[in-house]
Design a protein around this ligand. Structure first.
Ligand code: MV4
Length: 480
């Protein structure tokens, strides 16, 4: 195991990673910006290095300053958390060039998977089902129209360099395509410096189901089941749960095993998440793969009993995977909600300010991941995630009741500060959500967005499914 790890992040995830390091006897060093000088991570770390002003561009995104901090503290590895530099293959490469282990996949694998078009091609080759559409980038509007005609409208134009919902345009009719195609290319060029786009059929009333995988550097991998992350507003997740509800166990197993095969086939190493859409006929389609620990990882930890950050550290240190697939058992249901300092009544606008009161919930099977406390100043510089409330229970009904109970206890107050808790309560109250029969249209329906989905997707009439893939070996190995 490493002697010292540098934590290149802030907020709740810096604290989460710090705790994992301490539990494994690893010395911790944390970088921080001027805005985070008083943070809990800075107080608890063995060493803390100030790397710049509040501006993330000049601090948490400053690769040179982070590498210099790692050199100063003698760190062997860098944990990037999520966001910031966590999916930046160039940063991973800079780490390697400086003799540092980047806790994530090899830079070349990251680069190939960060390109959504290339990830789609690789996963298709590995046998994963994709949503109908182009695999290679579409070079002009005429070809975009051909693809759209072939797969049928609505379609979605996606930036190859996008991801997480950035750089996508939904197109409902042929008349809108040419402009949407041009606009998405221009937006992608401006946002990512890369204007390549591809076209897929837009699947409405689908669920966003993702699979957590762990792959070591020796070709072994396991999956840790599914999460449903359909409750999103503008691609910001609000509520996540594990396992994905209201789907037959055989469907979930097939999705999870298929995901793991894909990850191993592309040479993935570390903790990763493969995103799928599951349509009303319970068919699944690969969307993209995330090469980082995700915000919602605790729900998987709660149903598996496996500490994902411990596993990331072991994998990065070259330790062979400590789990065989049959040793991974899913128990009960875990649900997470995000508590953001945003005002749902004002279009989820950020509401920075000082917290006069901050008393998180407690009680059985109730976990709160937060970096905040009474007196904490929520600044305007970073994302507005203040806390995550995660609960576990033997069944979904009790888990949802427990989450409502926990939110009742949460006391957060400060001048001008609002939170997403009232909106999360509406989600937990929703009849379709309660039944586990909800889709990516849920939030827009609750917000009364014009053209939003009907109240409830029809109960699925399962289509005949392709025979499940041959039962894989106990511990999966890469095939090439
Ligand atoms: C889609 C889609 C429907 N059809 N692609 C959003 C995030 C990124 N990972 C991919 N996303 C989607 N891609 C096709 N072909 C639906 C989503 C999507 C979504 C769309 C609208 C509103 C909420 C959503 C939540 C999750 C995924």
């Amino acid at each position: 195991m490493f002697e010292t790890v540098l934590i290149a992040n802030r907020g709740e995830i810096a604290l989460r990673v710090l705790r994992a390091c301490k539990e494994l006897g690893v010395r911790t060093a944390v970088v921080y910006s001027a805005a985070d000088a008083d943070s809990v991570a800075v107080r608890l770390a063995d060493q803390a290095i100030r790397i710049g002003p509040a501006s993330s561009r000049r601090s948490y995104l400053n690769a040179a300053a982070i590498v210099e901090a790692a050199r100063q503290v003698g760190a062997q590895a860098v944990h990037p958390g999520y966001g910031f530099l966590s999916e930046d293959a160039d940063f991973a490469e800079i780490c390697a060039d400086n003799g540092l282990i980047f806790i994530g996949p090899p830079p070349a694998v990251m680069a190939a998977l960060a390109d959504k078009s290339s990830a789609r091609a690789l996963m298709s080759r590995a046998g994963l089902p994709l949503s109908p559409g182009s695999i290679a980038p579409v070079p002009n509007a005429a070809e975009a129209a051909e693809v759209a005609e072939a797969v049928g409208y609505p379609v979605i134009v996606k930036a190859a360099a996008g991801g997480g919902g950035r750089g996508m345009t939904v197109v409902h009719t042929p008349g809108e395509l040419r402009r949407a195609y041009a606009r998405t290319r221009a937006a992608a060029q401006a946002a990512f410096g890369d204007d390549r786009v591809y076209v897929e059929r837009y699947l409405t009333e689908a669920r966003h189901v993702e699979v957590q995988v762990l792959c070591d550097s020796h070709g072994n991998g396991v999956h840790l089941g599914t999460r449903d992350c359909s409750v999103q507003r503008r691609h910001q997740k609000l509520v996540e749960e594990a396992p994905a509800p209201a789907l037959p166990a055989a469907v979930l197993d097939t999705i999870a095993e298929t995901a793991l095969r894909g990850a191993l086939d592309v040479g993935f190493v570390g903790a990763g998440t493969l995103e799928f859409l599951v349509d009303a006929e319970e068919r699944f389609h690969f969307l993209e793969i995330n090469c980082r620990i995700q915000v919602e990882h605790p729900v998987t930890e709660m149903v598996t009993g496996i500490d994902l950050v411990h596993e990331q550290l072991h994998i990065a240190a070259g330790v062979p995977l400590r789990w065989r697939q049959e040793e991974i058992r899913l128990h009960g249901v875990a649900v997470e909600c995000r508590v953001n300092t945003e005002d749902p009544e004002r279009g989820f606008a950020p509401t920075p300010g000082r917290l006069e009161r901050f008393t998180p919930p407690g009680g059985p099977f109730t976990r709160v991941d937060t970096h905040a406390s009474a007196g904490y100043l929520v600044g305007p510089w970073y994302d507005s995630l203040l806390a995550k409330v995660i609960v576990w229970a033997p069944d979904r009904e009790l888990a949802l009741n427990r989450l409502e109970r926990a939110l009742d206890e949460f006391d957060i107050a400060g001048p001008g500060v609002h939170t997403t808790i009232p909106f999360v309560r509406r989600v937990l109250d929703d009849a379709a959500f309660r039944k586990g029969r909800y889709t990516t249209g849920l939030v827009d329906r609750l917000l009364g967005v014009p053209g939003a989905a009907p109240a409830q997707r029809p109960t699925a009439t399962p289509a005949p499914r392709p025979a499940p893939a041959a039962k894989p070996d106990a511990t999966h190995r890469r095939t090439r």
